[in-house]
Design a binder for this molecule. Structure first.
Ligand code: SAM
Length: 288
């Protein structure tokens, strides 16, 4: 089957269905066939994989997923695209299209009915303002997916991958690296989409960890520590942690920092995930 990446195909669909791109739904469709190959190869997708695709659009990626994987469930919000998908990819017997907003979807029911046999991989190319909240929802609620393979703004992918003492390193880096092992699958220039967005993108693969990389007394205190430490980036840990949501006073922070072997004058951006774990475990003790 010919791929759907040709701008001619998109124009044909626009004319036949009277379709108009919606900016608010982040409708930028992939028109570069190489990008599809790089995603399939770089994400190690295989013929035994089960896939949850969010935002299939006209089915450019869906088609390739159906050809390469065992089962695909695709969730699309835009009712105008449902008949389009019926025409472009409706013939695949291993595909189920669901017309819904992923944010309103009953994920528990979906997983029970569709993915009981096997943990799926999540694949998404969504409007960028919903992508990070969706990733964090899947990770924090421990939705049983094995990998999240998502197209995101290049700059956000860089933040997810960042290491300590760099400008991009922050709360998002620590949270993503706590739940997953991230890797960049490919970068995608803005010219690979129609219409062309005004940023370049990366496809990032977040391989969900079977076990956390650090041992925590309290996950809630760990995340509050990170939030406070990066909330006021220019402040030292002593000042940032004694004026945030943890609600600690300076003496308590001093005790926790000393017990963790950390200087009061350090900033949050200097700490790696192990040091954040040690610090949050000491904070847990101080606050008990
Ligand atoms: N996957 C296609 C591609 O790569 O060419 C289309 C990607 S386009 C950037 C984003 C798609 O996500 C659009 O089809 C849009 O209608 C859909 N979408 C946006 N918000 C959504 C939501 N909350 N739930 C499900 N689909 C959504």
């Amino acid at each position: 089957m010919d791929r759907l990446t040709s701008p001619r195909t998109i124009k044909y669909i626009m004319e036949k269905y009277g379709f108009r791109f919606s900016k608010s739904l982040g409708q930028n469709f992939i028109i570069d066939s190489n990008v599809l190959d790089r995603i399939i190869d770089g994400s190690e997708l295989s013929e035994t994989d089960h896939i949850l695709e969010i935002g299939p659009g006209i089915g450019v990626m869906t088609q390739v997923l159906c050809e390469n994987c065992e089962k695909v469930v695709a969730v699309e919000i835009d009712s105008a695209l449902i008949p389009v998908l019926e025409e472009t990819v409706g013939a695949f017997e291993n595909l189920k299209v669901i017309h819904n907003d992923v944010l309103k979807l009953d994920l528990k029911a979906l997983f029970e009915s569709e993915f009981r046999a096997k943990k799926p991989k999540l694949i998404a190319n969504l409007p960028y303002y919903v992508t990070t909240p969706i990733i964090m929802k899947f990770l924090e609620e421990r939705v049983p997916v094995s990998d999240l393979i998502v197209m995101i703004q290049k700059e956000v992918a860089d933040r997810m991958m960042a290491v300590p003492s760099t400008k991009a390193y922050g709360a998002l880096s620590v949270a993503v690296q706590y739940f997953t092992e991230p890797s960049i699958v490919t970068t995608v220039s803005r010219g690979s989409f129609m219409p062309m967005p005004n940023v370049d993108s990366s496809v990032i693969r977040l391989k969900v960890r079977a076990n956390p990389p650090v041992i925590l007394e309290s996950e809630a205190i760990f995340f509050k520590t990170i939030k406070d430490a990066f909330g006021k980036r220019r402040k030292t840990l002593l000042n940032a942690l004694s004026s945030g949501i943890l609600g600690m006073n300076k003496d308590q922070v001093r005790t926790a920092l000393a017990a963790s072997g950390l200087s009061e004058n350090l900033r949050g951006e200097a700490l790696d995930i192990d040091q954040f774990a040690t610090l949050s475990n000491e904070i847990f003790k101080v606050m008990k």
